[in-house]
Design a protein around this ligand. Sequence first.
Ligand code: ADP
Ligand code: MG
Length: 141
Amino acid sequence: MVIDTWGPEETRAFGKKMGQEARPGQVICLNGDLGVGKTIFSQGFAEGLGIDEPVNSPTFTIVQQYDTGRLPLYHFDVYRIGDISEMDEIGYEDCFYGDGVSLIEWADLIREILPDHYTQITILKDLEKGFDYRKISVNEQ
Ligand code: ADP
Ligand code: MG
């Protein structure tokens, strides 16, 4: 599935819809360059789960857990990961293989430990279509 968005509100709304439809144990991988809207999507997704806390990129912690929604949300941003062993230290398996939902910004950086099945979301800019245009592709792996 591919959807076009023409501003951050639309990407957030798409994230919200996916959050409303999220199921226990789902792993969602978000890829795309810095500033494409991975965190905006994540904020909408959290809203769709009914999470009422502010969601930002978990810069220093790699993962941030939110427990106030319909399902637990584990929001990862692995951009600054140095070594894959850091994921073990975090206890990522309890997140990926538990009953919550994992949302992973920059998931391509930890490809070797992704589960067999996950939802792949890639966000791309296309400046010919305008500064605020994004192409969002969703695939089940
Ligand atoms: P990332 O987490 O991918 O680095 P952010 O979500 O933090 O990116 O930031 C995306 C930026 O792009 C925000 O400043 C947002 O306002 C802007 N933006 C412009 N158009 C869009 C769009 N269609 N979808 C998402 N964000 C957009
Ligand atoms: Mg981000």
